[in-house]
Ligand binder design. Structure first.
Ligand SMILES: *Cc1c(COP(=O)(O)O)cnc(C)c1O
Length: 428
């Protein structure tokens, strides 16, 4: 059965095929570990795990534990809680490091994503008169654009002179890697930093982080990635790829709840350099002597050096609940299922489109994608999105006419995809 169904050319846009694919899915029981939003008494088709991942049923128990210990111990919970709060962030490190392909010492959960991008740029964007440019993808997520622009201005440069944005070519949606490499080569004497989203939030295009890092280093630049749409979605090897730094949030594919704590990666090779400039806080101070409250900052020798404040325990508790699930499954199996889900979604969308004057166009490159498929609905406006919601499909809409769908391997099924196709078919 698996042999028959796995090759994409055996896909069929019918309930029988979807159910057969679900039946051979080794991860199908994980759906029961999540709360699925309801629509008219049954499960909605939830395709926005790339925006806010669903809640694991265990999350409330992880948070309740900390509420109980707070009630029981007050401040003493820092030491006496079942999971002591003082080192609480450490409980997340190993599992998070595994997900992004890093050593634990290179990984820390702290703050939120945009904050981490800034903190890391303080250390890794050190422009000089000769070398001051930042290269990024055009139409990056707005928060990233604002962060890059404000860093440039903070250092006394203008956006016009210092920001290089790589766009797709005319009438194309994906950015060609060759255009990234040629821009790096062209600016090799003035390039300070490459900062790209590992997965573009709009098109779902995945970039070749290994090769971009190599090219950046060859040009003498540092290389960082925003992995908001990468962490928990792709198999990452940040250490082996020699990436200088990265940051990500945990509320998208990592299911840690709205606004939950973010992650950061700093490559091992930078950790021994204790002269690296940074904005410091007490949680980055060597932990053995932190509470001597001395005025001299003694930097930790791990990514924890970039921490400013003590750990937000409740959001970290939610994050732990999710990381424990990821740890049980592993990115390799998740990735295998993700590939099959997105291939099936692509197939179903194309089948529907064929019957509707080919009005649907997938703009996510099939050779470079994770869970997300972005679909242009030619001739349809936002009304289509509202109708989808009315029919129990939670996808999202990006102006002018893009529907983003992310079937995620932990809780989405092949049947979700079939239902999406059916609903789309009746609406178009
Ligand atoms: C979701 C997302 C953000 C959000 O930033 P926060 O600081 O978590 O609010 C930033 N950048 C990218 C690329 C994103 O996808």
């Amino acid at each position: 059965m698996a042999e028959e169904l796995n090759p994409t050319n055996n896909f069929k846009n019918n309930l029988e095929c979807a159910e057969a694919l679900d039946a051979i899915d080794g991860l199908r029981t994980y759906r029961d570990k999540f709360f699925i939003p309801q629509h008219n008494g049954s499960d909605a088709v939830y395709f926005t795990g790339n925006s806010l991942g669903l809640q694991p049923k265990t999350t409330q128990h992880y948070i309740q534990q900390e509420l109980n210990d707070w009630a029981k111990f007050g401040v003493e919970g820092h030491f006496l809680a079942k999971n002591a709060w003082l080192p609480y962030h450490e409980f997340l490190t190993d599992k998070m490091a595994k997900i992004v392909g890093a050593f634990p010492k290179e990984t820390v959960m702290m703050n939120q994503l945009t904050v981490n991008l800034h903190l890391l740029m303080v250390s890794f964007y050190r422009p000089t008169k000769q070398r001051y440019k930042i290269l990024c993808e055009a139409k990056a997520f707005p928060s990233d654009q604002y962060a890059l622009q404000s860093q440039i201005k903070f250092h006394g440069f203008t956006i016009e002179e210092a920001l290089i944005e790589i766009s797709p070519r005319e009438n194309e949606y994906s950015i060609r890697h060759e255009d990234i490499y040629s821009a790096i080569e062209k600016n090799k004497d003035s390039l300070a930093l490459i900062m790209i989203g590992g997965v573009n939030y709009f098109t779902g295009q995945v970039f070749d982080m290994k090769k971009i890092t190599e090219a950046g280093h060859k040009a003498g630049a540092t290389v960082g990635f925003d992995l908001a749409h990468g962490a928990g979605n792709l198999e990452l090897h940040l250490h082996d790829w020699n990436v200088d730094f990265a940051a990500w949030c945990s509320y998208k594919y990592l299911n840690s709840g709205p606004g939950s704590v973010a992650g950061a990666f700093i490559h091992e090779k930078h950790l021994s350099n204790t002269d690296l400039p940074l904005f410091a806080g007490w949680w980055g101070h060597e932990k053995e002597s932190r509470f001597l409250m001395d005025k001299t900052f003694i930097p930790m020798k791990t990514a924890e050096r970039w921490q400013l404040s003590n750990a937000p325990v409740f959001s970290m508790a939610a994050c732990r609940a999710s990381l424990d699930i990821f740890d049980e499954v592993g990115m390799a199996d998740l990735n295998k299922k993700a590939k099959l889900l997105s291939a099936y979604l692509e197939f179903v969308v194309e089948e529907v489109s064929k019957q509707k004057n080919n009005c649907l166009q997938i703009i996510t490159p099939s050779e470079n994608r994770g869970c997300q498929i972005s679909i242009v609905a030619n001739g349809y406006g936002k009304n289509l999105y509202s109708k989808l919601i009315e029919h129990g499909v939670i996808a999202d809409w990006r102006e002018p006419n893009v529907i983003r769908c992310a079937p995620v391997p932990l809780y989405n099924s092949f049947k979700d995809i079939y239902r999406f196709g059916e609903i789309l078919n009746t609406l178009l």
